[in-house]
Write a protein that binds this ligand. Structure first.
Ligand code: HQG
Length: 191
């Protein structure tokens, strides 16, 4: 018996990546439409995935939702609908998340090659609707490490909020804001 969390199942990661694609970015890839809050019918997702050649059923969805790590998706209480909680780029979705007062500082994980641009422009959402921030360093490092050696930037979030910038927190703990001007950033030292 071990207390360590099990590693994510690689087959489930593949299906989960497909679900991320359709529930965040390209619902049309599975013939789906999403409402403003990101919801779509769970049965439609299952059917659409099958048409796209991805083996998906309710049991697989339940196993993905039970995977360790970040909770990317959620089912409605009766299970009939499913959505991604954050990370959308599709214009169909505009979640009505409440404004939340952020902690003094939030963190953003990135890589050194973006720093010159970030110093000048601040953090921009890129293809997504929001800049993604986290309250813990481990998460920020993991986000940056997707692209190389991670660099963690510190965002003066409470100061931003005092200056009128709005923050949201998705149900899985990811902090969201539209952009972070350079004046609120520090921690540019890689390493
Ligand atoms: C960078 C994953 C140049 C930014 C993660 C990032 C996260 C700039 C990249 C979620 C810039 C955008 C989001 C500027 C920002 N000039 N580069 N002015 N401003 N950047 O993937 O934050 O696994 O859209 O640093 O865990 O990396 O998919 O954002 O490197 O929560 O659930 O431009 O995606 O979640 O990349 O990641 P992304 P992100 P999932």
């Amino acid at each position: 018996m071990t207390t360590e969390a099990p590693a994510p199942d690689p087959d489930l990661v593949k299906v989960s990546t497909f679900i991320s694609l359709v529930l965040r970015h390209r619902p049309e890839a599975a013939g789906l439409t999403l409402d403003r809050e990101g919801w779509t019918a769970t049965d439609a997702l299952v059917e659409g995935a099958r048409r796209a050649g991805v083996a998906l059923d309710r049991a697989v969805i339940d196993r993905i939702l039970a995977q360790p790590g970040k909770r990317r998706f959620a089912l409605s209480p009766d299970g009939s609908r499913i959505r991604a909680l954050q990370g959308h780029s599709t214009d169909a979705v505009a979640r009505d998340l409440p404004a939340v007062a952020p902690p003094e500082f939030l963190l953003h994980g990135t890589v050194a090659r973006f720093l010159d641009a970030i110093r000048v422009e601040g953090l921009k959402p890129g293809q997504r609707q929001h800049v993604h921030l986290s309250s813990d360093e481990e998460t920020a490092r993991a986000v940056g490490a997707r692209r190389g050696r991670p660099v963690v930037l510190r965002v003066a979030a409470a100061r931003m909020a005092r200056d009128g910038y709005v923050f949201h927190r998705a149900e899985n703990g990811v902090w969201l804001t539209l952009a972070v001007p350079p004046a609120y950033l520090d921690g540019f030292d890689p390493g």
